[in-house]
Design a protein around this ligand. Structure first.
Ligand SMILES: NC(=O)C1=CN([C@@H]2O[C@H](COP(=O)(O)OP(=O)(O)OC[C@H]3O[C@@H](n4cnc5c(N)ncnc54)[C@H](O)[C@@H]3O)[C@@H](O)[C@H]2O)C=CC1
Ligand SMILES: CC(=O)[C@](C)(O)C(=O)O
Ligand SMILES: [Mg+2]
Ligand SMILES: [Mg+2]
Length: 348
């Protein structure tokens, strides 16, 4: 394992160089990996594992939409695709990739099939960290491990196909076999991670819930909406407001940030823009810092987890979410976005 210096702090990282795919295949040669759940992470992780040469099966509710999707992706009922219980029975490694709320409902079924020496794998620290709320308490004689790809399962698959790799965090919660570390790292490489950085279940879930509510998803939509609405209220057209809020960011400026950092993006903008951005960024930081502190507090108190459990355990949770997504899609800002996307020359 490499020690890598991140901005002055030493961290443990596993790379493909020190843990190549051949080694991962060797470690998991005799294992049957069952990917339980075929929503977003399930397809990405199971298809990458299969294409990387691992022995993998999928477990999903029969008759569900996700079952049909698995069939369409080439999983064969009775051979590589089973109901959840049958897949868990056949597995030596159970990759528990149902939705976090779904994991609570199905836990009694999974628990039955956690024979000694098996491994239980998560892509989120949720179920274990909030065990008082989830009731997920694995037996002591199984390995409990985590690989959390830091991005959507859709990107995990796309980047794999492009020969790239998404970074993931990994953790060992329980090492019953003495093999938990090599198992988790081999799985991390197998699902297509570019490199793996170390965490624990609690830090994973606290940072993940904060990030997705914050800059990755919640805060970004909030700040887009605030700026767009301000521009519109002052008489700017939808296309001008959208371009100046979203399109320029995703198409021109964020790729520069991804490539070489924020100062590099700034350096490629006008001195006028640089002057203004350098003057204003701290105001935005200071204005939002209290909201981030409140958010972290809610996550650490378990309130965000509880809210997600309560609302996502309802039978109509999917319709409710789709309704809220529809509202977002039909807002003027994102309707404008749809038109702007169509006008990109490459989409014509
Ligand atoms: N969506 C993503 O890209 C990421 C997800 N994760 C984590 O990976 C895990 C899986 O997440 P997603 O793929 O987003 O899950 P998802 O929300 O897409 O659901 C996965 C599957 O769970 C099934 N399911 C839900 N409730 C069920 C129930 N009561 N009984 C049986 N099946 C049920 C659904 O049919 C679906 O196929 C979660 O722990 C999540 O936090 C981690 C990183 C990114
Ligand atoms: C994509 C990801 O890692 C998220 C945003 O944390 C999630 O889907 O839960
Ligand atoms: Mg995440
Ligand atoms: Mg998440």
């Amino acid at each position: 394992m490499a020690q890598i210096n991140f901005g002055g702090v030493e961290e443990k990282v596993v790379t493909r160089e020190e843990f190549p795919l051949e080694k991962a295949r060797e470690v998991l040669r005799d294992e049957t990996i069952a990917v339980i759940g075929y929503g977003v992470q399930g397809p990405g992780q199971s298809l990458n594992l299969k294409d990387n040469g691992f022995n993998v099966i999928v477990g999903q509710r029969e008759g569900s939409k996700s079952w049909d999707k698995a069939v369409a992706d080439g999983w064969v009922p009775g051979k590589t695709l089973f109901g959840i219980e049958e897949a868990a029975r056949r597995a030596t490694i159970i990759q528990y990739l149902l939705s976090d709320a779904g994991q609570i409902a199905v836990w009694p079924t999974i628990e039955k099939h956690l024979a000694p020496g098996k491994a239980l794998y998560f892509s989120h620290g949720f179920g274990i960290t909030y065990k008082e709320r989830t009731g997920i308490v694995p037996p002591a004689d199984v390995d409990v491990i985590l690989v959390a790809p830091k991005g959507s399962g859709t990107s995990l698959r796309r980047m794999f196909i492009e020969g790239r790799g998404l970074n993931s965090s990994y953790a060992v919660f329980q090492d019953a076999t003495g093999r938990a570390f090599e198992r988790v790292v081999a799985l991390g490489i197998g699902v297509g991670s570019g490199y793996l950085f170390e965490t624990d279940f609690k830090r994973e879930v606290y940072s993940d819930l904060t990030g997705e509510r914050g800059t990755l998803m919640g805060a970004i939509q909030g700040i887009f909406a605030a700026q767009y609405d301000t521009l519109r209220a002052h008489g700017h057209t939808p296309s001008e407001a959208f371009n100046e809020t979203v399109e320029e960011l995703t198409q021109s400026l964020m790729p520069l940030v991804a490539e070489n950092g924020m100062d590099w993006m700034y350096a490629n903008c006008s001195t006028t823009a640089q002057r203004g951005a350098l003057d204003w960024w701290k105001r935005f930081r200071d204005a939002t810092k209290p909201v981030f502190e409140e958010l972290y507090g809610e996550v650490a108190a378990g309130n965000e987890a509880q809210r997600s459990i309560d609302l996502n355990s309802k039978p109509d949770y999917r319709e409710k979410l789709n309704e809220e997504l529809r509202e977002m899609r039909e807002s003027e800002m994102w309707q404008t976005g749809a038109v702007v996307r169509k006008l990109r020359p490459e989409n014509n």
